[in-house]
Design a protein around this ligand. Structure first.
Ligand SMILES: Nc1ncnc2c1ncn2[C@@H]1O[C@H](COP(=O)(O)OP(=O)(O)OP(=O)(O)O)[C@@H](O)[C@H]1O
Length: 641
C-alpha cells in the first residue's frame, strides 16, 4: 500500500520537482520567497486583527489618544498592511508562476524531442505502450494547459498554503493546546485528502483509457483533416467516422464516469464527516478554554480565526491542484516514455561506433544468415537470409507482397536490428559503425516517402540535412529527377511551399511527388552517399517518365551501390543482378536472362506480367526481342506481382 501511494503520489512530485532547476535558480528562489511571504501574511493578518479585537474594550474605555487606543490603531494598520501586501503580491505570484511554466515547458519540449530522437530505430514508434506514454506526455504540453511547467509553479504555490496551515496551527497551539493544534492539522489534511485524493484517482482513471482516447483522436483527425478529405466525401464516410468517433468517445468516457461516484462522492462524504468531527472537537476545546478563563478575548479571536482559516485550507487549491495533477501525470508519462526508449536502445548493438570510410562499400554489402521478427511478433519475416550486394553495381529485389523486401531496407538502414545474423559492409558488421555516419552513406526512397509541408527546395535538401544547402545542388537533383521545370513553374519557384495549407503554396501530382522523393535521394548522393535504395520509386510515374528515369539510371548512379525494389519487371530487368525473396530467404538470383532460363519463380512472375502485356496492342518490344512487361500493361494491373 505504501508502495502504491509512493508510486502514485510521491514519485510524480519528486519527478516534477526535479524539473524546477530548468526554470533557473534565481526565479525559483524568488518565487519560493514570495510564496513564503504569501503564507505568512494571512497569519500576520489574523494576529493583527485578533489584537485589534482584544484591545477594543480597553480602547473604548481609555478613549482616543489612550495607549490602548494607539495600540489598537497600530495593530489595525498592521492588519491592513498585511492584507494589502497579500493583494499586491498575489498577481506577482501568478506572473512569476507563468515564467516558471514557460521555462520548464520549453525544457520539457526539448527533452521530449531529444528522447524521441534518441531511439536510433523505429521499433518504439510502433510499440503501443510507448505510443500511449508519448501521447500522455505530449497531450498537456501541446494544449499548453496544466503542463509540467504549471505543475512546477503549482508545487511552489503549495508552499504558501502549507506555511499558512503551519502558522495557524502554531497560533492555536499557543492560545489553546498543542493537541488542538495537531488535531487541526489532521482535520485539515483529512478534508484535503477527500478533495485532492479524488482528483488523483480521477486522473489515473483517465490514464487507463489513453489507448481508446488515441483511437478517438485519430478518428476525429482523419474525419476533419486534409489527408482523407477526398475519400471522406467520395465514399460518404463522414457518418461512418462520426459514428465510430462517438463509439470510441463513449468507450473512453464510460469507465471514467462509472468511477466518478466511487472516486469523489463517497470519500468526500466520509472525509468531510471525519474532518468536521475533529474540527468540532478543536472548537469545543477552545470554547472550554475561553469559558474557564484560560483563553483571553484576543486568544479566543485568534483561535477562532486560525481554526476557520486552517479548515478552509482543506479545500481545493485552484492555483495548484489540477495543474499539479495533470502536469505531474505528463511528467510521469515522459519518464515512462524515456525508459521505454532506453530499454529499446539497450537492445541496439553498438559495439564500436566505428568510422565509415567515405567510399564504402568498396567490395560489397552482405546479409549473412539474417533473421528478423518484428518486435512482439513470433513470425520470422526474414529467416537465414544470405544476400550479397556488390559495390558499385545495381541489384534488384523482387518478391510477392509481404515477402520482406522493405524489411531488408529497414535492416540495412538500421531502423531495426536483425534478430539473427549480421549485415556487413566490406566485412565490417554495420552494427559496429556509427549509426549516423552509416545512414549518411545510404540514400533511400521509401515506398511511403514523406511529403513534407516545406518548400520544394527544402523537400529536396532534407535528403542531406547535414551539409549546407546550395541552390545549385538542389537544382541539379531536381533536374536529374526531371522535376525542375515543373518546380520552376510554381508561383514562387523552388521556394514554393508544397502544400495548399500555406500562402503561395502549391500541391503536386502523385508522380511529381515521387520525382521529388527521387530528387531527394539524388541530392543525398551528391552529398556523398554511396548506397542508393529505391523502394518502388517509380510506381506513380507515367510510362515515358519511368523509361526515361531508368535510361539515365546507370549514369546517375555511376560508382554507387544501388538496390531497386520493384514489382515492375521492365525496371527490374535492367539491374546487373536480380534477387528473388520468398518466405524470408533468397529463393533465386542471377541476371534477367539466367533467371528466365532457370524457369523458376522469377520466370513465372515475369511471364504473368508479360501475358497481360501481350493483351496490349501497342506493346513495346525491347532490343532483345523480349516483351517488356511493366511498360504498359502492368500499370493497368497496378504493376503488382
Ligand atoms: N512494423 C511492422 N510490425 C509488424 N509486422 C510488420 C511490420 N511491417 C511489416 N510487417 C510484416 O512483415 C512482412 C514483410 O513486410 P514488408 O513490408 O517487408 O514486405 P514487402 O516485401 O516490402 O511487401 P510489398 O511488396 O507489399 O511492399 C509482412 O508480413 C508485414 O505484415
Amino acid at each position: 500500500m505504501i508502495r502504491t501511494w509512493y508510486t502514485a503520489a510521491v514519485a510524480p512530485r519528486l519527478a516534477t520537482a526535479r524539473l524546477l532547476p530548468t526554470a533557473g535558480a534565481g526565479l525559483v528562489a524568488g518565487l519560493s520567497v514570495l510564496n513564503l511571504a504569501l503564507g505568512l501574511l494571512p497569519v500576520a493578518f489574523v494576529i493583527a486583527t485578533s489584537l485589534v479585537v482584544g484591545q477594543v474594550p480597553a480602547a473604548v474605555e481609555g478613549g482616543i489618544g489612550s495607549p490602548a487606543w494607539d495600540g489598537l490603531v497600530r495593530d489595525f494598520v498592521l492588519a491592513a498592511a498585511a492584507f494589502c501586501a497579500q493583494q499586491v503580491l498575489a498577481p506577482v505570484q501568478t506572473a512569476l508562476g507563468v515564467r516558471v511554466k514557460r521555462r520548464v515547458d520549453g525544457a520539457v519540449r526539448d527533452r521530449m524531442l531529444a528522447s524521441s530522437l534518441r531511439s536510433t530505430g523505429i521499433g518504439p514508434m510502433e510499440d503501443q505502450a510507448t505510443l500511449d506514454a508519448l501521447s500522455e506526455a505530449t497531450r498537456q504540453v501541446d494544449s499548453d494547459f496544466h503542463t509540467p511547467g504549471d505543475a512546477c509553479a503549482g508545487l511552489l504555490a503549495l508552499l504558501a498554503r502549507y506555511v499558512r496551515l503551519a502558522g495557524f496551527a502554531v497560533l492555536l497551539g499557543l492560545v489553546s493546546s498543542w493537541w488542538s493544534a495537531a488535531a487541526l492539522v489532521v482535520a485539515t489534511m483529512v478534508f484535503r485528502y477527500g478533495q485532492r485524493g479524488g482528483l488523483r484517482k480521477y486522473s489515473t482513471a483517465w490514464r487507463g483509457v489513453v489507448g481508446v482516447r488515441r483511437r478517438a483522436e485519430y478518428l476525429r483527425d482523419v474525419a476533419m483533416g486534409p489527408a482523407a478529405a477526398k475519400e471522406m466525401r467520395v465514399f460518404g464516410l463522414s457518418g461512418w467516422f462520426g459514428d465510430r468517433y462517438e463509439e470510441a468517445t463513449a468507450q473512453m468516457l464510460a469507465p471514467v464516469s462509472a468511477r466518478r461516484r466511487a472516486i469523489y462522492l463517497r470519500p468526500y462524504l466520509l472525509y468531510t464527516a471525519i474532518g468536521l468531527l475533529i474540527g468540532a472537537g478543536v472548537l469545543i476545546a477552545l470554547a472550554q478554554g475561553a469559558a474557564s478563563g484560560d483563553v483571553t478575548l484576543t486568544g479566543l479571536t485568534l483561535g477562532l480565526q486560525a481554526v476557520v482559516a486552517a479548515l478552509l485550507l482543506g479545500e481545493y487549491y485552484p492555483e495548484s491542484d489540477v495543474a499539479t495533477q495533470y502536469g505531474m501525470q505528463s511528467v510521469a508519462a515522459l519518464e515512462e516514455f524515456e525508459a521505454r526508449i532506453d530499454a529499446a536502445q539497450d537492445l541496439v548493438r553498438t559495439e564500436g561506433a566505428g568510422e565509415v570510410a567515405p567510399d564504402s562499400p568498396r567490395a560489397a554489402l552482405r546479409f549473412e544468415g539474417v533473421g528478423f521478427n518484428y518486435p512482439g511478433s513470433a513470425r520470422a519475416v526474414l529467416d537465414g537470409l544470405d544476400l550479397e550486394l556488390p559495390a558499385g553495381r545495381s541489384t534488384a529485389i523482387v518478391g510477392v507482397n509481404g515477402a520482406g523486401k522493405t524489411t531488408l531496407v529497414k535492416l540495412l538502414t538500421r531502423l531495426h536490428e536483425p534478430t539473427a545474423g549480421v549485415i556487413t559492409c566490406d566485412g565490417a558488421d554495420i552494427a559496429s559503425l556509427d549509426v549516423s555516419a552509416w545512414r549518411r552513406q545510404v540514400s533511400v526512397v521509401f515506398q511511403d516517402f514523406v511529403r513534407y509541408e516545406l518548400t520544394a527546395a527544402e523537400n529536396i535538401a532534407v535528403g542531406a540535412a547535414h551539409v549546407p544547402r546550395t541552390e545549385d545542388a538542389v537544382r541539379q537533383a531536381a533536374r536529374e529527377a526531371a522535376i525542375l521545370d515543373a518546380l520552376e513553374a510554381l508561383p514562387r519557384g523552388l521556394d514554393s511551399p508544397l502544400s495548399r495549407a500555406y500562402e503561395g503554396g502549391a500541391d503536386l501530382s502523385g508522380g511529381q511527388w515521387q520525382r521529388i522523393a527521387i530528387a531527394r535521394s539524388l541530392y543525398a548522393l551528391q552529398a556523398g552517399a554511396r548506397v542508393l535504395v529505391l523502394d518502388e520509386p517509380t510506381s506513380a510515374l507515367d510510362v515515358r517518365a519511368e523509361a526515361a528515369f531508368f535510361d539515365r539510371f546507370v549514369e546517375l548512379t555511376r560508382g554507387v551501390t544501388s538496390v531497386l525494389i520493384s514489382h515492375r519487371f521492365s525496371s527490374v530487368r535492367r539491374a546487373d543482378h536480380i534477387v528473388v525473396v520468398d518466405q524470408g530467404r533468397v529463393a533465386e538470383q542471377g541476371s534477367h536472362e539466367e533467371l528466365l532460363a532457370a524457369d523458376g519463380h522469377y520466370a513465372r512472375l515475369f511471364r504473368l506480367q508479360a501475358e497481360r502485356f501481350d493483351d496490349e496492342p501497342d506493346a513495346a518490344e525491347d532490343p532483345d526481342g523480349d516483351r517488356a512487361p511493366g511498360t504498359a500493361a502492368d500499370r493497368n494491373s497496378g504493376g503488382r506481382s
